[in-house]
Design a binder for this molecule. Structure first.
Ligand code: GFB
Length: 320
């Protein structure tokens, strides 16, 4: 890959895609191709074939996906399965047919079994049943990585799959119903502080453990893979340590400056008990995450304060 390569960043407006664009531009890659959802519906096979037929793409970063937190996954399994399967099958096949040299497919740590030995190695895939709250999404992502492997095997392509741990950062989804835990807690703590609330509600027991990585580290890992001759296959990407949801809530409250009490809502699901990734495959090649949780939370809260989600004190008080 050189800086003149014509790279299609699929999903460039999302948290992962926008981070990839920032990182690529910062490293001198100027020939980036992007399309909004309105310009190109990636679930439309004909539109995708047509796009690849006309654009001369050298590499694809397949970051377009339907994603969401535990409740969105649990309540909209058909949409999570269909949209992701359609995007993957359309883009991966069209990329192969157009002779695209490199493709990076982004999955998720939820592809691994619910009851997995920790930390989770890439080889644990498909060794036991999945977590029910995100089974549909996980199966779609497993299909995507298997499709990459199948094209590599049958046609000699070099499609690589990255399985990031739980991500956070700029352009995250701050919607409380459909988003992930970290942006939800940041927003709840912020609104609790500005409205003078005494409590903050955390879903579930607070006992599940999660590993959180700033999205800019995923973009950095992607550039590392593009710029090195690596073997095809699946690579876990994470920071190598996790914490409980209760501990995360405490860290978030500290960063936001909310000193109230945490209340745990047991009517909400816990999901997977733990998913700490073994990142030694990528680590062995020389890549490591850089952004610690303390720095990442501070940066993300700053991004949040500059976003349209940060309600001013007066409005938050009215809502409370
Ligand atoms: O981030 P999250 O929604 O998804 O939830 P998963 C992680 C944990 O945080 C769960 C708890 O145990 C939640 O019950 N939690 C506590 C909260 N408070 C909140 C809150 O206010 N909002 C949210 N959303 N959670 C998703 C999968 O799993 O993670 C996807 O469903 C994907 O498929 C993604 O893999 C990375 O980590 O449980």
């Amino acid at each position: 890959m050189d800086t003149n390569s014509r790279i299609f960043v699929a999903g460039h407006r999302g948290m992962v895609g926008s981070s990839l664009v920032r990182a690529l531009q910062a490293h001198g890659y100027w020939n980036l191709v992007t399309r909004t959802h309105v310009e190109l519906d990636l679930t439309d096979q004909h539109a995708v074939d047509d796009f690849f037929g006309h654009e001369k793409i050298d590499a694809v970063l397949l970051a377009a996906a339907r994603v969401g937190g535990i409740m969105a996954n649990a309540t909209q399994p058909a949409q999570f399965a269909y949209d992701n399967l359609a995007i993957e099958t359309n883009v991966i096949r069209a990329a192969y047919r157009a002779g695209v040299a490199r493709l990076v497919f982004f999955g998720s740590s939820c592809i691994y079994p619910r009851e997995c030995p920790q930390p989770i190695r890439e080889s644990y895939l498909l060794t036991a049943p999945l977590e029910p709250t995100n089974e549909a999404y996980a199966i779609a992502k497993i299909a995507g990585l298997k499709l990459c492997e199948a094209y590599n095997k049958q046609y000699g392509t070099h499609f690589v799959s990255l399985m990031p741990t739980n991500l956070y950062g700029p352009n995250d989804n701050y919607d409380l119903a459909s988003g992930h835990v970290l942006p939800a807690l940041l927003r709840k703590a912020h609104e609790a502080r500005v409205s003078g609330a005494r409590t903050l509600t955390v879903w579930g027991s607070g006992r599940p453990r999660r590993e959180f990585m700033h999205v800019d580290d995923l973009a950095d890992a992607t550039l590392f893979l593009l710029e090195h001759e690596v073997d095809d296959g699946v690579y876990n990407v994470g920071v190598g340590e996790d914490l409980s949801i209760r501990e995360l809530a405490e860290r978030v409250c500290e960063v936001v400056g909310f000193g109230g009490e945490l209340v745990f809502d047991s009517s909400k699901p816990d999901g997977t008990p733990r998913k700490l990734l073994d990142v030694s495959r990528l680590g062995g090649l020389g890549w490591h995450a850089h952004v610690g949780l303390g720095e990442g939370l501070a940066r993300t809260y700053d991004d949040f304060l500059h976003s349209s989600h940060a309600v001013p004190a007066r409005e938050a008080a009215v809502r409370a």
